[in-house]
Design a protein around this ligand. Structure first.
Ligand code: SF4
Length: 613
């Protein structure tokens, strides 16, 4: 008995056939689950150089060993593919309940490959796995798709689907389950290229566990502690919106496409303002925190708009980054992104890029379909989101992401594309928090806020502005995130309630694998995952030159940003050396043969010798 089902669905959309296959037992021990097993499949099955939007790319949806159990905040789902934005490995984690019910149906994950000739969706129930016609769903937004699938298969059906943006190959399209999204890096576009509208599952629990009584006792203790945890309660009351005002004070919250660090009137979109229009909480399967804040606009031009959010990232991307403090527009824009199925971080960053080009006269009304892209113009933001999601007019170019859009525009536009490896930066100003800057520069998926979090810097325990002695911490933060994404546990620290040893004990009770009882073993799993992702990128031609930050961060002093005013990121090279040394990579950012063998990645050595540049 184990919480692993040990079974994957392999769906080939070219043939229209699916089969069920076993997950190699050693992969469970070496990679745990989620992002870990996902990247192992991707490395094994994708040849180098595959075009991300071609039938040869694959998407792996993968649960973790604690998913669908009674442990708190561990039932999220990893999505792994090759990104159409970056050409690198891509991972994202999606909340909701879809993954838990996939496990109840008897599967740990789904491998999607090939390309269908016509729109289809996958339905899983007690009678089996069915590939069904999605002609009546194609073109619908994500909410309409959820409704239609529930009308057809029953109210309790769990759904994950793409919206019009995924169908139309917007490079930062996402997969949405209820109001939870996964897919920074463009998983939605890869599914759209395969003409797979989504997934629906009907199933019921419970799941088998290796030691059900032991597991129950462990979770009982943890849940008792969580009931009074102040950090958890704050997440429940405010979600991540509580970060906004504090981060702006210390210059971390970027404004006007990272030109400065102060937002006049920020309190209008701060945590208290958002709490004033909150109607209820929502959340993922098996989470007592339910950090999702459902909010409804009550007055003004956006009255009636409802969204589950925005979180800190979206408050920034569609708010502060555009010098927009209109609360109603923020809710309406967040909701629109969810319905279209686009990533709010890349969308808001790309619109900020367009606003700055307009400010500088690099583009004019002739280029923007007549829109005046002045800072704070939230009506133009709404129009642009519609155009991006539907790939219309100027929105078609912006749907390519900042890197490709800048290359097409020319005239120096590249200097204002705030991205790393093609992925747009999130709501953290690297010049104001240097360890985070190093993580954004080195993350194998591009500049993601979900690839490691320098908690000591953010909490003020360590100096944010020094540029030495941060490589080890950044490496450890990336390793820890990789382990978390393999478990898969929620990244919001206080909400799971367990410490590393308790997590290990839960894993042993759930799976029966004794190795998991040692937290140091799980740390090695995280390091192995991180290293294999880097190896994937090495095969695709990535190396040290790609571990960088936008020119603005390296050359322009940060303006109007409290204690970070005047900061430039000067010593990225020194920090990269520290980071590579900490991980046993060469100074070119390539895993050394010794390190590969230490991590049991002997099978990868020949590839690295062949492809390392
Ligand atoms: S805290 Fe929020 S994101 Fe994390 S598991 Fe709970 S509902 Fe999901």
């Amino acid at each position: 008995m184990s919480s692993y089902n040990g079974r994957m669905i392999r769906l080939n959309l070219t043939t229209g056939k699916s089969q069920v296959e076993e997950i190699p037992r050693q992969w469970m021990k070496d990679y745990l689950g989620g992002r870990g097993i996902g990247v192992r499949y991707l490395y094994e099955e994708l040849k180098p150089g595959v075009e991300p939007l071609s039938p040869d790319n694959k998407v792996i949806l993968m649960m973790g060993p604690l998913g669908a159990t009674t442990a708190m905040s561990v039932s999220r789902m990893a999505l792994v593919t090759k990104s159409p934005l970056t050409g690198a490995v891509a991972k994202s984690v999606m909340g909701g309940s879809f993954g838990a019910f996939l496990k109840f149906a008897g599967y740990d994950g789904i491998i999607v490959e090939g390309e269908s000739a016509k729109p289809v969706y996958l339905h899983i129930d007690k009678d089996g796995i069915h590939l069904l016609d999605a002609a009546g769903l194609w073109g619908l937004d994500t909410q309409q798709t959820h409704q239609k699938l529930r009308q057809k298969h029953g109210k309790s059906t769990q759904v994950a689907c793409i919206g019009p943006a995924g169908e139309k190959l917007v490079r930062y399209a996402v997969l949405i389950s209820d109001l939870r999204c996964g897919g920074r890096t463009g998983v939605g576009a890869v599914l759209g290229a395969k003409k797979l509208k989504g997934f629906a599952v009907n199933s019921s629990g419970p799941l088998s566990l290796h030691d059900a009584d032991g597991f129950k006792e462990l979770t009982r203790e943890i849940i008792e502690g969580l009931k009074t945890s102040p950090g958890r309660i704050r997440m429940s009351d405010f979600g991540t919106s509580y970060l906004t005002l504090g981060f702006e004070k210390v210059g971390i919250f970027p404004v006007k496409n990272f030109q400065e660090g102060h937002l006049e009137g920020i309190e209008k979109i701060g945590d208290e303002a958002l709490a004033g229009i909150k109607t209820k909480n929502d959340g993922c399967y098996g989470c007592m925190t339910r950090c999702g804040q459902v909010r409804q606009v009550t007055k003004g031009p956006y009255a009636g708009a409802v969204s589950e959010g925005p979180d800190y990232e979206t408050i920034w991307s569609l708010g502060g980054n555009l010098d927009n403090t209109d609360l109603g527009s923020l809710i309406a824009a967040d909701s629109l992104c969810d319905r279209l199925g686009i990533d709010t971080v890349s969308a808001g960053n790309t619109i900020g890029f367009a606003y700055e080009l307009y400010q500088r006269g690099i583009i004019t009304k002739k280029d923007t379909d007549g829109l005046e892209l002045n800072w704070g113009n939230h009506a133009a933001m709404m129009t642009l989101l519609e155009k991006i999601g539907n790939r219309e007019g100027f929105g078609k170019l912006l749907g390519e992401g900042t890197k490709r859009a800048a290359e097409q525009i020319g005239k120096g536009a590249q200097d204002y594309a705030i991205q790393v490896k093609g992925l747009e930066l999130p709501a953290y100003e690297p010049r104001a928090v240097k360890g985070y800057g190093l993580i954004l520069a080195t993350a194998n998926i591009g500049a993601s806020h979900m690839y490691g979090r320098p908690r000591d810097e953010l909490s003020g325990k360590k100096d944010k502005l020094t540029e030495v002695d941060k490589g080890q911490d950044a490496a450890q933060a990336e390793i820890s995130q990789a382990t978390q994404d393999a478990v898969i546990q929620c990244s919001f620290g206080p909400v799971t309630g367990f410490n590393p040893q308790q997590r290990s004990d839960l894993l042993v009770a759930a799976t029966g694998f004794k190795e998991f009882g040692d937290p140091a073993y799980l740390d090695k799993v995280g390091e192995r995952i991180l290293c294999l992702e880097r190896c994937f990128n090495v095969r695709e031609g990535f190396n040290r030159k790609d571990d960088t930050l936008p020119k603005r961060m390296r050359t322009e002093p940060l303006a109007n940003a409290g204690p970070a005013t005047g900061q430039v990121f000067k010593n990225l090279d020194g920090l990269l050396d520290e980071f590579y040394d900490a991980l046993g990579y060469t100074r070119q950012g390539i895993p050394s043969e010794v390190k590969l063998k230490e991590l049991g990645l002997d099978s990868v050595v020949a590839d690295i010798k062949k492809f390392a540049k």
